[in-house]
Design a protein around this ligand. Structure first.
Ligand code: SD4
Length: 325
């Protein structure tokens, strides 16, 4: 990979400043949004250090490719990368040794598609787009999704790499299920793109949590939890412990807060606050990444270490998010 990439700290809310949950209660709707003339479009953001994925999406957007197609193509980079153990090929299996993938897409017209617990198919984000565009349904799961993929000409491959098999066999020695915070700084990829027409679309793709129970579905393929887009308002994606995102319908919540007048940053913070409020045990990670119609970005997580990859004007930067702890 010879692309230039940079690591920087966000100026949003003071870089690595710790913000205690009770401070968030004082966040009130911004009456006047700061104009973001410098934002410009196109723009692509994705969760974690998925630099190459955001760069590919951004370069496609520069060629006037629409936001959803660009996002699906960007996410495909991670889906094909066997070293990323949280997405696509090489993703960690469930506890029975099966790699099952989840993905969803949502476009600027409010249409969406999703696939859940798909085996043997790498590019599940593209498959979710096909569900949206070529079927009368929104969600296909399991064997039905796999059969549909085969009909559409997707390749069938074994998603379990030698390394994933070895690590799974090691895990079986103890069978201790404990989702890892910031696993490998890759984790689920959620991507939001704004194209040259100022249309917003989003994609989320994952292999889910390592050693999940067979049949477990996380937030990532659930519209409103792992991803939500309203083209008039903005979009949001989630990563981390899906069970906690689902309970608060996280991405929908973030977009609705933006609708109410909060900035994307305030909205992500408030959505995290909804999860952490009153909780003693916070040994899990959840992070949100959001953008509004003007291209203002927000990112916030429970624990430090969450980063996102921002493509703008030809280059992609990895940016550190603020966090509660
Ligand atoms: C899930 N949210 O399946 C996904 C996993 C993830 O970072 O995001 N890991 O719950």
């Amino acid at each position: 990979m010879d692309r230039r990439h940079f690591v920087t700290s966000t100026t949003l809310g003071g870089g690595s400043l710790l913000v205690h949950p009770h401070l968030l209660a004082n966040v009130s709707p911004t009456t006047k949004q700061v104009p973001s003339i410098e934002n410009g479009f196109p723009l692509a953001i994705s969760t974690w250090n998925n630099i190459e994925a955001s760069q590919v999406a951004g370069e496609n957007l520069e060629k006037n490719i629409d936001a959803l197609t660009a996002a699906v193509q960007g996410v495909a980079v991670e889906e094909a990368d066997k070293t990323n153990r949280t997405v696509g090929y090489g993703g960690a299996p469930d506890r029975s040794g099966k790699v099952t993938l989840d993905a969803c897409v949502m476009n600027a017209r409010g249409n969406c598609g999703s696939v859940m617990a798909v085996e043997n198919i790498v590019h599940v984000a593209a498959l979710a787009k096909d569900v949206m565009e070529k079927t009368p349904h929104v969600i296909l799961s399991g064997n039905g999704a796999r059969k549909f993929a085969i009909q559409q000409g997707y390749k069938v491959i074994d998603l379990l790499t030698d390394q994933s098999r070895r690590l799974w066999l090691e895990w079986l020695q103890k069978e201790h299920y404990k989702p890892v915070i910031n696993a490998g700084h890759h984790d689920t990829i959620g991507m939001l793109c704004i194209d040259k027409s100022n249309d917003i679309s989003g994609v989320c793709s994952t292999s889910g949590l390592a050693y999940k129970m067979e049949g477990r579905i996380g937030d990532s393929p659930i519209i409103g939890s792992g991803l939500f887009v309203d083209n008039e308002i903005g979009g949001a994606v989630a990563t981390g412990l899906g069970e906690e995102v689902i309970k608060t319908v996280g991405s929908f919540l973030v977009v609705e807060l933006i609708r109410q007048g909060f900035s994307p940053q305030e909205s992500c913070q408030k959505a995290i606050e909804r999860i952490v409020k009153g909780r003693k045990n916070l040994d899990f990670q959840v992070a949100y990444l959001a953008v509004n119609k003007k291209g203002d970005i927000g990112a916030y997580s429970i624990h430090k270490g969450f980063t996102y990859a921002l493509y703008k004007k030809g280059q992609t930067l990895e940016i550190q998010s603020n966090s509660v702890y």
